[in-house]
Design a protein around this ligand. Structure first.
Ligand SMILES: [Fe+2]
Length: 273
């Protein structure tokens, strides 16, 4: 079974689920068969877990706030890591608490097992931005990237993507896009207009292959973490017929059957002034 299409949920609308080890999770998207999933994971202040044994599934993680110690490494704001399936399970602790975004790979995924996939530990804020890879059809977004991981066997790229404010072109219409691979996104900061509404901080989507999406524009800029499960280099098919810019589009999410109704609430955030 593949992962379901969701575009998009604001994670503020999802309730925390308490786990036996004292952590809390928000499961954003799950393949119930192989256990591939994306979740928010919160370590409470004073959390401690001893190490030992092997990791049953590979995890990519990105620290959203707080600090967590994994083995000898202290992971703070926007630290990124990849831990392969089968790697030695290290002790974890958090003195003041931490919130992580976790991309968990499937239990049988051949591309995330130790020996095929290497451990990664990055301090993302210290990495330089790459502004050299503009798609000519996306120049209005003024994009910059940081590549966090390229999976073995062309299996998935994980990267940060930022776009400058005033990312709106002087035209009424833009082409939509499709890919032959999956696409996944969590909004770290800022906003982006889509035909499904305005994605704000905490927005999340998972798109299976072949989903028509966009166009996208951003009035005040955006900062996302993205993945392309299935490939390391995104390949875009652009529509021949352009669509109207989505500025002002009402929130109209696509969600899997059985999604709690509360996930469909519009989230407009706190008043900034
Ligand atoms: Fe796309």
């Amino acid at each position: 079974m593949a992962r379901p299409y969701i575009e998009f949920v604001q994670c503020q609308n999802i309730d925390w689920e308490e786990l036996d080890d004292g952590t809390q999770v928000k499961r954003l998207n799950v393949d119930p068969v192989d256990g591939e999933e994306t979740l928010l994971l919160r370590y409470p202040a004073g959390f401690e877990r001893v190490g030992g044994g092997k990791e049953p599934q590979a995890d990519e993680f990105f620290v959203l706030d707080g600090e967590v110690r994994i083995g000898a490494r202290s992971c703070g704001y926007h630290a990124y890591g990849f831990v392969p399936r089968g790697a030695a399970r290290e002790a974890r602790s958090s003195e003041g608490g931490a919130t992580l975004l976790v991309f968990r790979h499937g239990r049988t995924d051949p591309n995330s097992v130790e020996g095929v996939a290497e451990s990664i530990a990055l301090d993302a804020p210290a990495m330089p931005w790459d502004v050299s890879t503009y798609d000519p059809k996306l120049t209005h977004l003024r994009l910059a990237r940081k590549i966090l991981r390229l999976g073995p066997n062309d299996s998935c790229r994980t990267f940060l993507l930022a776009g400058m404010p005033h990312g709106v072109p002087p035209v009424d219409r833009l082409p939509a896009e499709t890919h032959d691979h999956c696409e996944e996104m969590f909004m770290l900061a800022g906003e982006m207009w889509a035909p499904e509404g305005r994605m704000r901080q905490g927005a999340y989507f998972f798109r299976p292959p072949g989903i028509v999406h966009g166009p996208h524009v951003s009035e005040s800029g955006f900062f996302q973490i993205m993945r392309s499960p299935g490939v390391n280099a995104i390949k875009t098919n652009w529509s021949d017929t352009p669509s109207p810019l989505p500025i002002g589009a009402p929130y109209a999410p696509v969600m899997p059957e059985g999604t709690p109704e509360s996930w469909r609430r519009e989230w407009t955030g706190e008043a900034p002034y």
